[in-house]
Write a protein that binds this ligand. Structure first.
Ligand SMILES: [Zn+2]
Length: 181
């Protein structure tokens, strides 16, 4: 789904900030065996800590802790299933509605010029958590794959995920989103 050329040097800065050099050294990271989506679903009292923005009857909307751009969100069903074939239509519809609502909130928060929306199915596609399907909502800016944009984008990247979490929460309240709770 993601443009392979999307250069995300801040990811390594984030890893370094955790005192880790490699992604696989991070405990609880999505590419380890433990399913963090199920764990988050089962611990609603830890939503802020887990950067879960919204939860509805069937889905979670949460921040990707290893974002490709500022505001990279994930939308995941409650059900631990590997792809859309295993998901009922109600959950699928809810994922799309949440995607739409999350986009509205991001539009207002950091004015992306475009988005990539997609699902990686199977490990060969780059899915970090192939057993629990989830949709990526990745805000994009003109030229965010090149050097200049990295500089231009520095403001976004340096904004902490926690700060953005609070900002999105506030905007969502103003906009009365998500539509479906
Ligand atoms: Zn799961």
């Amino acid at each position: 789904m993601l443009n392979n050329n999307l250069w995300a040097p801040w990811r390594i800065e984030y890893l370094k900030s955790l005192g880790k050099e490699k992604e696989n050294e991070i405990e609880g990271a999505p590419w380890t065996k433990k399913c963090f989506l199920c764990e988050y679903w089962n611990n609603p009292d830890q939503d802020r800590e887990n950067l879960v923005l919204w939860r509805t009857d069937r889905c979670l909307v949460l921040f990707n802790r290893f974002p490709y751009t500022g505001g990279h969100l994930l939308i995941a069903p409650r059900d631990h299933v590997p792809d859309l074939n295993a998901l009922d239509e109600e959950a699928m519809l809810e994922m799309m509605l949440l995607c739409r609502d999350a986009q509205s909130v991001l539009d207002q928060a950091n004015h992306p010029q475009g988005y990539n929306i997609g699902i990686n199915i199977g490990r060969c596609s780059g899915a970090g958590l192939p057993d629990h399907v989830h949709l990526h909502l990745v805000p994009r800016w003109e030229g965010d794959t090149n050097f200049m944009s990295t500089i231009g984008n520095a403001r976004m990247i340096s904004q902490s995920i926690e700060e953005l979490y609070d900002q999105l929460t506030e905007i969502a309240e103003q906009l009365k989103l998500p539509t479906k709770k």
